[in-house]
Design a binder for this molecule. Structure first.
Ligand SMILES: NC(=O)c1ccc[n+]([C@@H]2O[C@H](COP(=O)([O-])OP(=O)(O)OC[C@H]3O[C@@H](n4cnc5c(N)ncnc54)[C@H](OP(=O)(O)O)[C@@H]3O)[C@@H](O)[C@H]2O)c1
Length: 335
């Protein structure tokens, strides 16, 4: 079968395709023909970080995939050949709170990722694909979708709430879609006028262009009658966090998700204290959280926003496209 590997390079990891023996499912495992995989920003970090100085082993990349069960191992009861399955981010975080010993994601050293024609997985790790979704759509859910859902559901997202989204990438666009489906109002802060227009056409209630409003929290307060946002999906890190802390309502939630501008630096806690804010960090979520999200996605017939799809052989181009940051929503590789 064909497999992409990231091998350590001088400056960053290099994608290389190589033939590999097709795996066989063992007891309690199924063989999946991977039909689609999606990229997340973390996959760029993983490629950047795999240098000859940091690692001496290659990885099969990408955590997020969906495919068809084509063979089952002994004792399998949950899935059968022909079933459509989505592959969660954490093979071992099935339910309950996170634990150090189960927070190993696919696509990292020691846990092969999904950018291969076939993959073996334990059947208890997997979830059925919601009927209304294609393989490509389902492949966008495991990291970005579950993270956005986990943050908003943990904050008891309700109709009438205001959800603040930073940028128009994968996590933020899921947040926008979940907010809309829940009857909440979304405000998207983006660096680009044309992306603001597209975000509005895709369902954003309000958009703010950060270059025109560098202190965009003032606009958020104006758009909410001075109250502030109920939830922020904080993906920006050190550059955006000081603004997010000022943009929330009293006792509002800042969901610490990403660090697109890095995490290093100091931030005063005065605004957080003043707004009586709640900051909570998230790392994707469990299979059980994924299942809850799928029920919501099915109830509201949500179709994830896919910006562009690449073929399996075009995987390096898909990485470069994501790195250029011209996308809105998700970038997918069809296998
Ligand atoms: N904790 C978790 O479990 C978890 C899960 C998923 C992702 N993450 C993290 O969340 C972040 C976003 O991931 P993603 O996959 O959604 O990214 P993505 O699809 O690559 O989207 C990134 C978008 O954010 C905006 N952006 C870029 N640099 C920015 C900056 N310095 N400040 C504010 N906005 C910026 C841009 O949108 P515009 O051009 O519209 O401004 C860009 O297109 C990453 O840091 C990722 O590692 C964390």
């Amino acid at each position: 079968m064909r497999v992409w590997n990231i091998v350590p390079g001088d400056d960053r990891g290099q994608l290389q395709q190589s033939p590999q023996e097709q795996p066989e499912p063992g007891s309690g495992e199924v063989l999946i023909k991977v039909r689609a995989a999606s990229l997340n920003h973390r996959d760029l970090y993983n490629r950047e970080g795999l240098t000859t100085r940091s690692a001496n082993t290659s990885i099969v990349p990408l955590s997020d995939g969906a495919g068809e069960v084509v063979a089952i191992g002994e004792g399998c009861r949950l899935f059968h050949s022909g079933d459509r399955v989505v592959i969660p981010f954490f093979p071992r975080w099935l339910d309950g709170p996170p634990r150090d010993d189960i927070l190993m994601a696919r696509g990292e050293v020691g846990t092969p990722g999904v950018l291969a024609e076939y993959l073996v997985a334990g059947e208890q790790e997997l979830l059925p694909i919601p009927d209304h979704l294609t393989y490509a759509e389902a492949a966008t859910l495991p990291c970005a979708g579950v993270t956005a859902w986990n943050a908003l559901a943990s904050g008891s997202l309700q109709s009438g709430d205001t959800v603040l989204l930073l940028g128009t990438g994968g996590v933020s666009m899921f947040g926008m879609q979940f907010a809309r489906a829940a009857g909440a109002r979304s405000i998207v802060v983006t660096g680009h006028a044309e992306k603001a227009e597209r975000a509005r056409s895709l369902g954003a209630d309000e958009t703010i262009i950060s270059s025109e409003s560098p202190d965009w929290e003032i606009r958020v307060l104006a758009l909410t009658g001075g109250r502030g946002a109920d939830h922020v999906l904080e993906v920006g890190g050190i550059e955006t966090l000081p603004h997010s802390l000022k943009a929330i309502r009293l006792s509002g939630r800042v969901n610490l998700i990403g660090g697109l501008s890095g995490f290093a630096g100091s931030i005063g806690l005065g605004d957080l204290r003043h707004r009586l804010g709640v900051v909570q960090s998230f790392y994707v979520g469990s299979r059980a959280t994924f299942a809850e999200m799928n029920a919501f996605v099915t109830q509201h017939q949500i179709h994830p926003i896919i910006d562009r799809t690449f073929s399996f052989d075009e995987a390096p181009a898909a990485y470069d496209y994501l790195a250029e940051a011209g996308h809105i929503g998700k970038v997918v590789i069809e296998c």
